[in-house]
Design a protein around this ligand. Structure first.
Ligand code: BGC
Length: 765
């Protein structure tokens, strides 16, 4: 760094350091930077023109700087180096994002990153580019990277350890590719089951979202952004993106203050407290106000109240969309002004230069103060310094060694197995013994898209030939685990092939001992994944009915990112394995689990709904499920999900007993210890996934929620053994948040539930 600075100023490094350490620097901006790092940032700012500064606040997509403008035709594009020079030399652009088309080979990434940084570092101020990427459930855009279960599957596993491991590998493979800023993790809460980005969330509980998301931030940034495989995390999408009223992507959410504090703010606060460097803004609006134009959310709440000090980046094209989509700005220029005034640091423009032109003009005409621009540029330069980009802007040879290590696949398999949720198992039809003849049918049986979902070597994840050749489909993995001769698969075709439904099931099933019926969704990302109906498509329901009519045992395998309704036929199915989107080792995990080589342990991170008109979340209030029949007759029938949040079976018939619930003096403000015993009467090792819920029986003023997840754990119980243990419930779990976000505590009785076992606890002041 000293070298670069001295190059910039044409002075020997030592003099440069001396010069800058003598300058006064506002320590509140220090953000753990060394003195000379701060000096570099301030020194650069002093020399930058307005154009240089605005360029740093501009992010373009690689597709715009490539030889073809067709961004989503599924083919990788070549960089157009002339366009790149214009972006960096003329517009002083400070950040680039995305892959142009599908995943690149790692060598291509190295060429792209080296080429970009060479241009950037040859400019008079030698400021490196910070490259941003969506490395979601693995390094999406690098060929051959390891793809793990999506967040919804990590949440089903309830495993902090595996969540951390997957994130560490993602960071290592990103940094090996030369990519150091990851637009991950999603901290939106999955409380709108129609929403197509549901699988990117950790589900319905803000505790799961906050704690598992924070594990990821910690894995990306915990050791320092420039230590080992550090990458910058990006908490997204601030705030309220996950609950659009209609379920359609990027549309308006209406969220009361109380719901904000109960569900949406806590996960982001956990991510900020874990040290995340960047935040991305919600493309939609909250209570009628587009978030990109909200000073209240981006400055008063995010910076002033929640204490975020890093870089705030817009989402795709969302500044201009304040004009074109939200209609709150009457021109592009006004849109830029609104977003900057609201608190934005960087605009993901990403396909043209009007942002730069308007922002320069706004400052020149005195409509935006240059000091406001300096604040943002200071944050962006600080991020670049922390990432070590000034020292090594290009590809680091040590980091490259960390790509594709053999044990990454083992972690992907272990995580996929831990994420599978066994929802039904009538008459212990599962696991199979391995000698049965199995008929494998259905649209998700022979495609890779449904196993991986969004952000899988392509944006949508549905480009089948973008997957590594060795990736197994469900039926291929079934053959590998059960033997070729035991698997009958009459239609080994892609998801959309009509042949899946034209099948004569009676004749196909005649030789089979059981049917593995593979239903669910093909891959989708963002708005293209919008649906109008939460039920599975009618042809899948029809196929299920025909499978049931054969009279053979039917095992339903669901590959899907959200809980598609199955109530039309589910009562007649023998077993249900919910695999969600388990990633590149997912098919093997499924086959091994069906065969009993792995004992399922995942539990639902969301309420699996039964009726489309009964979408009540797990942590509802007492009145949410009350319905009125004849006048004056009230019943509790308004909440009848298919499967409850936290539900999940094992093959071991585990028995849980709560032994004691205690706190030092049974007073509020103390943690509460729950001790338990779990017995495993089976001949196979098992893992019991524990969910601890607390419900306040009575509260004055605000109606209490009945059952809120406050802790979770995984406990290994060896075959034929009993295990005793304890779990601590933090004292805050017995308080409740009010509309202002303040915690309140009231003495009284509380219902404590550990995975279905309930005790009452009285706490005094
Ligand atoms: C998505 C973001 C993503 C960005 C960059 C947007 O459409 O909403 O989650 O990070 O694109 O690819």
């Amino acid at each position: 760094m000293k070298f670069i600075l001295s190059k910039v100023l044409g002075l020997p490094p030592a003099i440069v350091i001396l010069l800058f350490t003598c300058c006064s620097v506002n320590t509140s901006r220090a953000q753990n930077l060394q003195e000379d790092d701060l000096a570099l940032v301030e020194g650069l700012l002093d020399q930058m023109t307005l154009e240089d500064k605005v360029g740093q606040m501009t992010q373009l997509t690689l597709g715009f700087l490539s030889t073809s403008q067709k961004q989503h035709d599924g083919r990788p594009k070549k960089v157009d180096w002339e366009k790149m020079r214009v972006a960096i030399e003329q517009y002083r652009v400070g950040s680039i994002l995305n892959s142009a088309g599908n995943a690149y080979p790692i060598e291509e990434w190295h060429r792209v990153i080296e080429g970009i940084q060479e241009i950037a570092m040859s400019q008079p101020l030698a400021i490196p580019i910070v490259y941003g990427i969506d490395a979601i459930h693995g390094v999406t855009y690098t060929q051959g990277s390891t793809l793990f279960p999506h967040n919804i599957g990590l949440a089903a596993s309830r495993s902090r350890r595996l969540t951390t491991k997957c994130a560490e590998i993602t960071a290592a493979e990103a940094r090996a590719s030369g990519l150091r800023w990851n637009f991950d993790p999603v901290f939106d809460v999955g409380r709108q089951p129609l929403w197509p980005r549901f699988p990117e969330t950790f589900g319905e509980s803000s505790l799961l979202c906050g704690q598992l998301g924070a594990e990821i931030v910690e894995a990306y940034e915990g050791k320092g952004l420039n230590e080992g495989a550090g990458v910058a995390a990006c908490l997204k999408h601030f705030l309220g993106y996950g609950v659009p009223a209609s379920g359609k992507d990027r549309t308006e959410a209406y969220i009361s203050d109380l719901e904000m504090w109960e569900h949406h703010i806590p996960p982001f606060q956990a991510g900020i407290d874990a040290g995340a460097s960047t935040v991305m803004v919600n493309s939609g609006s909250v209570n009628g106000e587009p978030v990109h134009a909200s000073f209240g959310l981006l400055t008063t709440l995010l910076r002033q109240r929640m204490g975020f000090e890093g870089v705030v980046v817009s989402d795709w094209q969302d500044v201009i969309r304040l004009h074109t989509r939200h209609h709150v700005a009457s021109s592009h220029r006004e849109a830029v002004k609104m977003a900057i005034e609201a608190g934005l640091d960087m605009s993901m423009v990403p396909n043209e230069y009007s942002f730069c032109e308007h922002l320069i003009d706004l400052v020149k005409k005195g409509e935006i103060a240059e000091e406001r621009i300096d604040e943002s540029v200071r944050r962006i330069l600080t991020l670049k310094v922390k990432l070590g980009l000034f020292e090594f802007p290009g590809v680091e040879s040590d980091a490259v060694q960390e790509f594709g290590l053999a044990d990454y696949k083992d972690i992907a398999l272990e995580t996929a197995e831990a994420s599978l949720v066994l929802l039904e198992n009538k008459g212990d039809v599962l696991p199979f013994e391995g000698t049965e003849k199995l008929l494998v049918v259905g649209p998700t049986s022979a495609s890779l898209g449904p196993l991986h979902g969004c952000w899988s070597y392509s944006w949508q994840g549905s480009v089948e030939d973008a997957y590594p050749e060795e990736t197994l489909t469900v039926v291929q993995a079934m053959r590998a685990v059960f033997g070729e001769d035991n698997i009958i698969c009459p239609v080994e075709k892609g998801f959309d092939d009509a042949a899946h439904f034209d099948l004569d099931l009676n004749s196909s099933a005649s030789e089979a001992d059981a049917i593995v019926l593979c239903l669910g969704e093909n891959a989708y990302a963002e708005s293209p994944g919008v649906i109008d109906d939460l039920h599975l498509p009618s042809e899948q329901i029809d196929l299920a009915r025909r499978a049931i009519q054969t009279g053979k045992p039917v095992v339903l395998l669901l590959l899907e990112g959200r809980g598609r309704l199955v109530s039309a036929f589910i009562d007649d199915v023998d077993a249900v394995l919910l695999a969600l989107l388990p990633g590149s080792q997912g098919a093997l995990a499924i086959a091994r689990t069906l065969r009993g080589l792995s004992n399922p342990s995942g539990v639902l991170p969301f309420t699996y709904q039964r009726h489309s008109g009964d979408l009540i979340p797990y942590d509802h209030r007492f009145t949410s499920k009350v319905t009125q029949g004849p006048p004056g007759v009230f019943t509790d029938e308004g909440f009848r999900p298919q499967w409850l949040f936290g539900h999940g079976l094992t093959y071991s018939n585990l028995k849980l007993d709560i032994l004691e619930v205690s706190s030092p003096q049974n007073k509020l403000g103390e943690p509460v210890e729950v001790s338990y015993q779990i017995s495993n009467p089976s001949a196979r090792d098992a893992v019991k996934t524990l969910d601890v819920f607390v419900g306040d029986d009575f509260a004055s003023g605000l109606a209490p929620r009945k059952r809120v997840l406050v802790e979770f754990d995984r406990v290994t119980v060896p075959a034929n053994e009993e295990v005793r243990g304890s779990i601590t419930i933090p004292s805050d779990a017995f308080g409740f948040v009010d509309r202002e976000g303040e915690m309140n505590f009231e003495a009284g009785t509380f219902t404590v539930e550990v995975s279905g076992e309930i005790v009452t606890l009285r706490l005094s002041d």
